[in-house]
Write a protein that binds this ligand. Structure first.
Ligand SMILES: [Mn+2]
Length: 324
C-alpha cells in the first residue's frame, strides 16, 4: 500500500462511514460501497439520486439497505465512491473538504477532498477498493461478490483492462473462494430475459437515425428507458458511437457508448458530454467509451448536439485497430 492508501485504510477502519453513491449508481459504485460496508461493518450507504437496476439487485441479494436521504451525522466520515466532485456525483450536499474519495475516472481537477485516490489507470473503482482494504488473504464471499460484480461490469465482462485488473480479479476470487460462474448471478435477470429491456432494444433500433462520416457511423435513438441497452443494440448493429435519449416531463437523460475503434481514435465521451453540459446545461461525464448527460430540457435537441459533436470529433480520423 502506498501512503494515501494506508491513510484511507486507517480512516475507513476507524469509521463510522457513510458511503455516497453517484446518481443512478452502477454495479461498480454499488459493489465498492457494499464491499467496504461489509468488510468494515461500520457504515451506511447513501444513494440520494437513484441506483441502477443491477445495483439494486446486488444490494437486495446482500440484504443491504441504502438510505435515500442525504443525511450527515456528526462524527460520520463521508466517503465518495466512483465519483469525485458535484458534477460526477450528480447532486450537491457533500462536504468535500472533509470527504474521502475513491475514484477511477479522469481527475477533473475539481476534487476538493483532502484524502483521495483518483487513479484512471484502474478499470474499475472496485480494484481501488480492493487495494484500500489491503488485499486481505481471506474475505467473506459477499465482499468478493460485490467487488467482482463491479469489476466485471466496468471491464465490460473482462473485455477491457490490463494485468492489474486481472491480478486484482484473481486475488479477489482466491481470497473469497468464488469462481467466475458464481459472479454471473449478479448479472442474471436483466439483459436477455427482461421483456422491457428487450422491447427497449427493439424500439431503439426502430427509431434509430444514423450518420456516416467516412468510415465511421454515429447512431442516435430515443427510448422510454434502458438507454444503455438501446446503445448496446445500436453498437451491435454496426454503429461506432451511439446515443440513446429519454424524456421524462421536462427532464432528459442521454446515454452514450463508443466502441474501441472510436476510443482508440481519441473519442472520449465522458469529456465530450461534460463539455456539452458545461456549455448547454445539465450534468455530464463518464468514461471514454461509456458516458451520460442529464438535465432539464429537450431530449431531441440534446441528442442532436451530442451526435453533431461526435460527428465533428470523428471527422478526418482513421478507423483502425491500434497496434499499441
Ligand atoms: Mn466505475
Amino acid at each position: 500500500m502506498n501512503g494515501e492508501t494506508i491513510n484511507i485504510n486507517a480512516a475507513l477502519a476507524r469509521g463510522p462511514n457513510a458511503f455516497y453513491l453517484h446518481s443512478n449508481a452502477d454495479l461498480d459504485c454499488v459493489g465498492s460501497a457494499a464491499a467496504l460496508s461489509l468488510y468494515f461493518n461500520n457504515a451506511t450507504i447513501i444513494a440520494p439520486s437513484g441506483i441502477s437496476h443491477l445495483g439494486k439487485r446486488l444490494l437486495e441479494n446482500l440484504k443491504i439497505q441504502a438510505e435515500e436521504q442525504l443525511m450527515s451525522q456528526e462524527g460520520t466520515q463521508q466517503v465518495v465512491l466512483d465519483a469525485q466532485d458535484d458534477s460526477s456525483i450528480g447532486y450537491s450536499g457533500i462536504d468535500w473538504a472533509r470527504a474521502i474519495v475513491i475514484d477511477h475516472h479522469r481527475n477533473s481537477g475539481r476534487c476538493k477532498a483532502p484524502v483521495a485516490i483518483i487513479d484512471e489507470t484502474a478499470t474499475s473503482c472496485c480494484e481501488l477498493v480492493w487495494e484500500a482494504i489491503g488485499r486481505p488473504e481471506k474475505v467473506d464471499r459477499n465482499v468478493g461478490m460485490s467487488l467482482m460484480a463491479g469489476l466485471i461490469a466496468d471491464t465490460g465482462h473482462l473485455k477491457r483492462g490490463g494485468w492489474k485488473t486481472l491480478e486484482a480479479a484473481s486475488e479477489i476470487l482466491k481470497s473469497s473462494g468464488l469462481s467466475l460462474e458464481d459472479i454471473q448471478t449478479a448479472f442474471e435477470s436483466a439483459d436477455d430475459q427482461d421483456m422491457s429491456r428487450r422491447i427497449s432494444r427493439l424500439k431503439g433500433a426502430q427509431r434509430m437515425k444514423f450518420e456516416r462520416i467516412g468510415e465511421w457511423i454515429v447512431a442516435v435513438t430515443e427510448t422510454g428507458a434502458f438507454e444503455a441497452a438501446a446503445c448496446h443494440a445500436l453498437l451491435s448493429l454496426g454503429a461506432d458511437v451511439a446515443f440513446a435519449a429519454s424524456q421524462k416531463e421536462e427532464d432528459f437523460r442521454i446515454t452514450g457508448r463508443a466502441n474501441r475503434l472510436a476510443t482508440n481514435a481519441g473519442i472520449h465521451l465522458g469529456e465530450m458530454l461534460n463539455r456539452i453540459a458545461c456549455e448547454c446545461g445539465g450534468e455530464g461525464g463518464g468514461h471514454d467509451g461509456a458516458a451520460g448527460i442529464s438535465g432539464h430540457g429537450d431530449a431531441e435537441a440534446f441528442l442532436g448536439i451530442c451526435s453533431q459533436t461526435a460527428v465533428s470529433a470523428l471527422k478526418g480520423k482513421t478507423r483502425e485497430i491500434s497496434s499499441e
